[in-house]
Ligand binder design. Structure first.
Ligand SMILES: [Ca+2]
Ligand SMILES: [Ca+2]
Length: 603
């Protein structure tokens, strides 16, 4: 971060398709044919036994359902080779039509996926370190796309030699640099540290899986942890072990549910084999994606099975549910940037603050193939574009030029032969100060009770009667006048990334507008009061509540509400709920910032 705050203006995170956009990434196009991206000629096992591991159902606007799971075969081996036509999906016990719903299977190359692998290298004194290092190097050289590896050594205690990286040269150098350590081998401690080095995550915008690989040629002699402790830590994770001569095979089998190999010779080849197993593991993660025809507020039930599955017991059936509350018909086929329900055609232009970074997201609507995005810029001296390493649908746009300069950015979905260009214009950098929001009022403008009665006033919006800063999104005091209109506006900075719901309450009518960025021109009406409510009465009219709106932590979004008072009581309040705001709460000043040039008004 630079001296001043750097905004990541993440606009619309509805990542209906969030796919890898890496060039020449094998298996990226055409729905992933089941190859592991590593060796296309690999023999496909003739298994008849399959077991699901459920990672949940997630829905996306306008009507996408994503079922996330993993499949294992006999002996808990990863079933990496399954194809779309081997899965059967039922909605409410009715088989899904795979054609009309555009049912697709997506794997790691088509989603924002990261495989984190911890390589634990035994370096206690007396170890045949050269042999273990050769095996470790053979392992890291087989790194695949979307995989990062961290290196730990364990003699007296586990020590991180290199953090998670996809840089094979750096890992190889780190392996070469490992020196013999203390006499004791902290094997169990290493397994505990390795399994604790990552956190698995199953969200559409980010899937993280982890694996641990132990390379050792001796037992745990250090003794600070028990084999039971190691087995308990390993139970939560996919642990693989490779033991050379002298290794404690009983102990390793106990912790290595992912796979265990014992080799006194051909140690290096076995390490490469483990690398393949781990890739299979990552390839056995599936997302079934389709466009549901179901609508309405009901809970819908899903079942997924695999044809000809000899497993009829535990894990043979995957069950899930979702609510179709906000499902709607999708817009026409095309490539959209920053699509959202409030912005159904996405954006065509973008105002960028000089020296600032903005995040944009591509979406192919009604894709026939899992998309494969490439981002580019017309002029990198003005606007630079950097594609997200793990989520190719996303790009970081950096304004490098001068105020007033313009340049286009373009995203191409190669898999669906679609292109979208967004015009970028550089504007002045603005720094926001959180803590309050601007309240403006127009007095003596008649007894009308509609927002149109405020809008038609000549002094609206540029010449309010007065203004002051509010320390929360609540016009206080209430019931203070008649025949006036008010506007509360500024910028909202959510504490976490996720979907937020907003409510507006007012007397008399009101409208609540929210932008997809800091530009007020991009604001859309998300909620309103048609008649009037009591102070902080949120449920009188259904339209007081917005749909869930995806927002990104730390970014600023322009927010504005209008209110018109005729006579009697009067109030004007906005509340929200979402990540970090567990219950519906009037928006506090710490999440609000007033417009730059109005900060000191009324103080
Ligand atoms: Ca009044
Ligand atoms: Ca009133």
């Amino acid at each position: 971060m630079r001296g001043r705050s750097l905004f990541l203006v993440v606009i619309s995170l509805l990542m209906l398709f969030t796919f890898c956009g890496k060039k020449n990434d094998k298996g990226t196009n055409n729905g992933d044919n089941g190859n592991n991206g590593n060796n296309g000629s690999e023999v496909i096992p003739n298994w008849k036994f399959f077991k699901f591991a459920d990672h949940g159902v997630q829905i996306q606007n306008p009507n996408y359902v994503n079922i996330m799971f993993q499949v294992f075969g006999p002996d808990a081996k990863a079933a990496w080779f399954l194809k779309l036509n081997q899965f059967q999906v039922k909605e409410n016990d009715t088989p899904l039509n795979p054609v009309t719903t555009l049912l697709q299977v997506r794997k790691k190359n088509n989603i924002p996926y990261e495989l984190k692998t911890v390589l634990l290298l035994d370096n206690n004194a007396g170890t045949n370190l050269d042999s273990l290092k050769a095996a470790a190097k053979q392992f890291v050289i087989k790194i695949t796309s979307k995989q990062t590896i961290a290196l730990y050594t364990f003699a007296d205690a586990p020590v991180q030699a290199f953090g998670f990286t996809s840089d094979v040269n750096a890992l190889t150098a780190a392996i070469d640099a490992v020196q013999p350590g203390a006499a004791g081998s902290d094997l169990y401690g290493a397994v505990i540290a390795g399994t604790g080095a990552f956190e698995e995550k199953y969200e559409l915008k980010k899937v993280v899986q982890g694996a641990v690989v132990v390379l050792t040629d001796g037992p745990d002699t250090q003794g600070s942890h028990t084999p039971e402790e190691a087995a308990q830590a390993a139970d939560e994770s996919q642990v693989y072990a490779l033991g050379a001569g002298g290794a404690d095979s009983t102990a390793l089998k106990q912790v290595a549910k992912g796979g265990f190999a014992f080799a006194s010779s051909s140690f290096v080849n076995k390490a490469a084999g483990l690398a393949d197993e781990i890739v299979h593991y990552s390839q056995s993660f599936f997302v079934l994606n389709y466009m549901s025809t179901l609508r309405g507020f009901s809970t819908q039930y899903l079942k997924v099975t695999i044809g000809d599955n000899e497993n009829t017991g535990d894990g043979s059936l995957l069950q899930g549910e979702f609510r179709s509350s906000y499902f709607e018909n999708p817009p026409s086929m095309g490539l959209y940037v920053d699509y959202s329900t409030g912005k159904p055609t996405g954006i065509d232009s973008l105002s960028l603050m000089v020296n600032d970074t903005t995040t944009v997201s591509a979406l192919t609507m009604v894709a026939t193939n899992p998309p494969n995005y490439i981002w580019s810029t017309e002029n990198s001296a003005i606007v630079q574009v950097e594609q997200d390493e793990f989520d190719g649908a996303k790009a970081f746009v950096m304004a490098q030029g001068q105020i007033g300069q313009k340049a286009n950015i373009t995203v191409t979905d190669q898999a669906n032969s679609l292109t979208k260009t967004v015009g970028c214009r550089l504007v002045k950098y603005e720094a926001f100060t959180v803590g309050s929001i601007l309240f403006e009022w127009w007095a003596g403008i008649g007894s009308g009770v509609l927002i149109s009665d405020l809008r038609k006033v000549k002094t609206f919006p540029f010449n309010p009667t007065g203004s002051k800063l509010l320390t929360s999104y609540d016009m206080l005091p209430i019931d203070w006048a008649d025949n006036y209109g008010s506007r509360i506006r500024g910028y909202l900075q959510p504490p976490e990334t996720g979907e937020y719901t907003f409510w507006v309450a007012s007397d008399d009518a009101s409208e609540l507008w929210l932008s997809t960025d800091t530009d007020s021109m991009n604001a859309v009406k998300i909620a309103f009061v048609a008649a009037w409510t009591n102070h902080n009465e949120w449920g009188k009219e259904p339209n007081q509540k917005s749909k869930p709106i995806p927002l990104s932590a730390g970014n600023f979004y322009y927010i504005e509400s209008l209110q018109k008072e005729g006579g009697g009581g009067d109030n004007h309040t906005v509340a929200w709920q979402g990540p970090g705001i567990p219950t519906r709460t009037i928006i506090a000043g710490q999440y609000l910032a007033p417009p730059i040039n109005k900060m000191h008004i009324g103080e």
